[in-house]
Design a protein around this ligand. Structure first.
Ligand code: FES
Ligand code: FES
Length: 127
């Protein structure tokens, strides 16, 4: 299948690949899998005391579109509030990357991962 220029660009130069210390209270971790294909994505956010996401990292075991989707999301969420990040829609990702219909679930994975990371962060603050 043909990948869009932007997917290839993120695939070849992924932004923010890595791992942050999950025991840190400022870090939220989202780990999600796609039942359709078995691909797995870990997305982490680091939130400052003003509730702003100041850093994000990801590791994706999956296809080019999933890697590009998570790379793009880590770029987008930096500087966002938790609510803004949780409101990101997979359709925005799919549109930005010009994903074809069979690759839409790859962008859903990225939306699920950022939501899970925000939830994890919030849960940590309440204990
Ligand atoms: Fe093979 Fe996603 S289906 S990497
Ligand atoms: Fe499953 Fe891309 S093919 S996440």
């Amino acid at each position: 299948m043909a990948y869009s220029e932007e997917v290839l660009e993120h695939y070849e130069n992924p932004r923010n690949v890595g791992k942050m210390d999950d025991s840190d209270i400022h870090i939220g971790t989202g780990m999600v899998g796609a039942p359709a294909c078995g691909d797995v994505m870990r997305l982490q956010i680091k939130v400052n005391d003003d509730g702003i996401i100041e850093d994000a990292k990801f590791k994706t075991y999956g296809c080019g579109s999933a890697i590009a989707s998570s790379s793009l999301v880590t770029e987008w969420v930096k500087g966002m509030t938790l609510d803004q990040a949780a409101a990101l829609k997979n359709t925005q990702i799919a549109e930005q990357l010009a994903l074809p219909p069979v690759k839409i679930h790859c962008s859903v994975l990225a939306e699920d991962a950022i939501k899970a990371a925000v939830e994890d962060y919030k849960k940590k603050q309440s204990v």
